[in-house]
Design a protein around this ligand. Sequence first.
Ligand SMILES: [Mg+2]
Length: 263
Amino acid sequence: MIARTVAIAPRARLMLDFDGTLAPIAERPALAEISPVTRATIEALSRLPHTTVAIISGRGLNDLAAKIAIPGLILAANHGLEIQGPDFHFVDQTALDSARDLLHLSNNIDKRTRSIAGVEIENKGLTASIHYRRAHDDDREKIAAIVAEAIVPFSDRFLLTSGKMIHEIRPRVDRHKGRAVRQILAQIGEPSDSILYIGDDDTDEDAFRELSSDPNAITIRVGEPNEQCRTAAGCSVDDPSAIAELLKHILMIRKADERYRKT
Ligand SMILES: [Mg+2]
């Protein structure tokens, strides 16, 4: 039903998160991989007429581009602080201006967590992530406390958020995945007959909420929402393999429909 609605829309927009949505969550972020079949499906979808594919992620832009490895897509990186398309490139100026402070802050956290096994600090230029998936359960509170304490002197400039086994430091600007979605739709210029947004984490809730009043939008959350978060998504699926199947279906129907429309 979802596949068909998106597939037969004259102008379709597919907006997809990366980790936990297209690529299964890995022990370390560097190890997360999209399957060759899903990559081929997304590439084929993006080549169809009147079909836009955007990847919307918390990863940095170069990292995301290397992971997805499909030319010509729209990439929204660092939760939409940086958005790049085939003919445009946007970077949030305040985030850019805060990059030095962010480096200082993430180096500070790195120093203070070095003695705790399994913590990985990732400075992504405009935002920073503290991954603790591989840390011992008993150390989680300590890690959270160090991060919270380190950010205090910078709390006028930076915001602390959390997701799946991750703390994130983001500049205090009014940008999130929901704003990224709106900006991308505006950038496309033409009306959209169907917008599909799929994500798996709390940061995707901003996009679910942004699209919740749009009658042309379908929103899907991958996996169970956590206890604090009642999802704003319209529906949910179990895991990334269900998304891979959904995208394959959309491609199959849309390709067939394209041939039909031509004849
Ligand atoms: Mg995700």
